[in-house]
Design a protein around this ligand. Structure first.
Ligand SMILES: Nc1ncnc2c1ncn2[C@@H]1O[C@H](COP(=O)(O)OP(=O)(O)O)[C@@H](O)[C@H]1O
Ligand SMILES: [Mg+2]
Length: 638
């Protein structure tokens, strides 16, 4: 699993590339860093002021006047202490303000930079060709845009800046301590190797259990997704008990992994705390001895105590920061790999303008394989004349849908050429090519929104009347009128709540409203009932009028109306001609017709016959299709 790989906590190449996202906001970053610097300085001031107060006014009133601040301070004890307290307060306020400005600016910048990155990712995903999506699971790609980008945001917001702030503060503290007493500084630093050792040990321990936690979480997600989706089957077969036991096992792994992490944390913080206190105890002993010897003042010892308390916390936090850095590096590696995948299908740099006038579609010796040399289309050649309606029939897997995908350039062919109006589609801009095609697929796809927004699909120029007209032409209007909110009826994710047939009709209206020059229907009426199909048939006649159409069909009615029929068989175009011509050939089409269409023809005849005798066809038709399942049978399944 890609999510498992964790590498270095710092990678210069990745970091340089990440920093590029901050470039647009460098002003804010610069100001933020200035304030960070000031904040670290302000934090060092407190103990120094304490030292001054003790040495100058409390312990040794005869303190020699050395620094400028000494000269500035009042000689009177009370007045001096008030002055120092005021300075202390000022340092606190400055620290507070600096922290606020710094945090605000940096967090905001991080969010802005990640906003840019997310947008870049989305744009990139939209440009990638379908072959990429064939190879990469959707869940993985979503993780790139959400979780991985969050890991990077964490890097800006609490990773890098805090580390820099901690390092600055520690350096200032060490410098100040060295000024005050090199001997005591050395003593305090002596504990450091121990702290570093403990931290490193802790880190590797926690990391292992975090890795196990991540695996467990991924398993829980996968398990839940599958079993919630399949809830109906689960309940139907009374598998709840079994499923619960399976889930318990995965859930327990997760808990055990967490328990280990908690144990590590439970040990780590007290141990570091203890080491810190140990350093302070040593400081107390050694410092008192030095004071006795007159080498340092009482103020210095107290200042050291205060610094000591601030010293170990950032070191403790460093292990946390290390984790953040490491996840961010791994995440950026994955994100950049995605961004570096260039789409294998793109518009040519010098795209030719889309031709005008009546256009023919030509396939010339087209060979195509989704992968390697598994040919799905073999040497397919045909010409669809302007305004012609072509029906494509053939068994499941014959390559019918592939024909449509290639025409829309979702995949590139390996050999031969595909031309529209005499121009190879490779030489046209992608959006220009696809704009002219109206497509209805077998699995209709609706987006969250309304019925209206699904018909328009964001196209601004479509008038309200055009939407209604398109709906009317595919006999969707009646259905929409029955909806409580009509065209404004909300559509949920993937169009849940609409039947497949209804979704197909909406897709029909969508294709029509965009007034395309070419029409591709891929088994587009496979899920509408016989009655609706009967009515769509009339619409279809209007739809194909004046348009060059490629209709992948399994209904005899559609097929018979076509100007010509192409019979695809195992990736080859085996027969083409009119219904009568093909029947006369006594070839593949004839066999298909014998097997499937005859019953359907009879059923259709009875439907029409019935409608003339009985006023209410609605009742009759479902009954008929039940008696004669072949009437709605799908060619693909035979
Ligand atoms: N995205 C894909 N990746 C790999 N193979 C595919 C893909 N789509 C279809 N195929 C294969 O290509 C062949 C033709 O498929 P298709 O054109 O969808 O057939 P039809 O629409 O005639 O049922 C089938 O063998 C199918 O398994
Ligand atoms: Mg198909």
């Amino acid at each position: 699993m890609e999510e498992e790989v964790l590498g270095k906590a710092y990678d210069g190449r990745l970091m340089r590339r990440l920093v590029r996202y901050l470039r647009r906001y460098r002003g804010a970053v610069f100001v933020s860093l200035l304030f960070l610097f000031a904040q670290s300085l302000a934090q060092v001031a407190g103990p120094l002021l304490t030292k001054l107060a003790i040495d100058r006014y409390l312990a040794k009133p005869d303190h020699p006047v050395t620094s400028p601040i000494d000269r500035w301070l009042a000689s009177d004890t009370w007045a001096g202490l008030v002055q120092i307290s005021a300075l202390y307060l000022a340092a606190l306020l400055v620290g507070f303000l600096c922290e606020f400005v710094q945090t605000y600016l940096m967090q905001r910048t991080g969010q802005l930079a990640m906003f840019d990155l997310r947008r870049e990712l989305m744009e990139h995903l939209q440009r990638l060709d379908l072959a990429y999506y064939d190879r990469h699971p959707v869940g993985r790609l979503i993780t790139r845009v959400t979780t991985d980008v969050d890991a990077l945001n964490e890097l800006w917001a609490s990773g890098l800046v805090t580390i820099l702030g901690d390092v600055l503060m520690l350096s200032f503290i060490v410098l100040t301590m060295l000024q005050l007493s090199p001997g005591m500084t050395a003593l305090m630093l002596a504990v450091m190797p121990l702290v570093v050792l403990v931290t490193a040990r802790f880190r590797s321990y926690v990391q292992q259990s975090y890795r196990r936690i991540r695996v467990a979480v991924a398993r829980i997600n996968a398990y839940l997704q599958e079993h919630v989706n399949g809830m109906a089957v689960l309940q139907l077969f009374n598998r709840e008990e079994r499923s619960r036991a399976d889930f318990d096992r995965i859930n327990r792994d997760h808990m055990e992994a967490f328990k280990d992490a908690i144990q590590a944390y439970g040990w780590f913080y007290p141990v570091v705390e203890f080491l810190g206190m140990l350093a302070l105890a040593l400081l107390l002993a050694y410092g008192s001895f030095r004071i006795r010897a007159g080498a340092i003042s009482l103020g210095v010892l107290i200042a050291f105590f205060q610094y000591g308390l601030r010293f170990f916390r950032p070191i403790q936090d460093l292990s946390e920061k290390y984790n953040i850095l490491q996840s961010a590096m791994a995440a950026s590696e994955r994100v950049f790999r995605l961004l570096d995948t260039s789409p294998s299908i793109a518009s040519p740099a010098d795209a030719r303008p889309f031709p005008e006038g009546p256009l023919a579609i030509e396939f010339e010796h087209v060979w195509f394989a989704y992968k390697d040399e598994d040919w799905v289309l073999r040497d397919v050649s045909f010409r669809i004349n302007p305004g012609e309606t072509i029906a494509v029939v053939g068994h499941t897997g014959a390559g019918k849908t592939t024909l449509a995908s290639l025409l829309l350039r979702f995949y590139d062919i390996q050999r031969g050429s595909i031309r529209v109006g005499g121009i190879a589609i490779r030489e046209l801009a992608l959006d220009d090519l696809r704009r002219h095609f109206g497509v209805v697929l077998q699995d209709p796809y609706l987006f969250t929104g309304t019925v209206d927004s699904n018909i328009r699909l964001g196209t601004q120029w479509i008038e309200e009347e055009a939407v209604e007209q398109a709906a009317g032409q595919v006999n969707l209007l009646e259905f929409v009128r029955e909806l409580p909110e009509g065209f404004a009826q909300p559509v949920r994710e993937r169009g849940n709540g609409f039947s497949t047939g209804q979704k197909q009709l909406i897709s029909f209206a969508r294709a029509l409203a965009h007034n395309p020059r070419f029409l591709i229907l891929d088994e587009a009426t496979s899920s509408v009932d016989t009655e609706t199909e009967f009515r769509v048939r009339e619409a279809l006649a209007r739809l194909v009028e004046g348009r060059t159409s490629l209709i992948i069909a399994h209904r005899l009615s559609t097929i018979q109306r076509a100007d010509r029929i192409f019979v695809m068989h195992k990736g080859k175009l085996r027969e083409s001609g009119t219904h009568q011509e093909l029947l006369a050939l006594r070839g593949i089409y004839w066999t298909l017709y014998q097997l499937q269409y005859k019953d359907q023809e009879i059923a259709n005849a009875r439907t029409i016959h019935g409608s003339s005798e009985l006023p209410d066809r609605k009742i009759l038709v479902p009954g008929l299709s039940q008696q004669s399942p072949a009437g709605t049978m799908d060619l693909r399944d035979r």
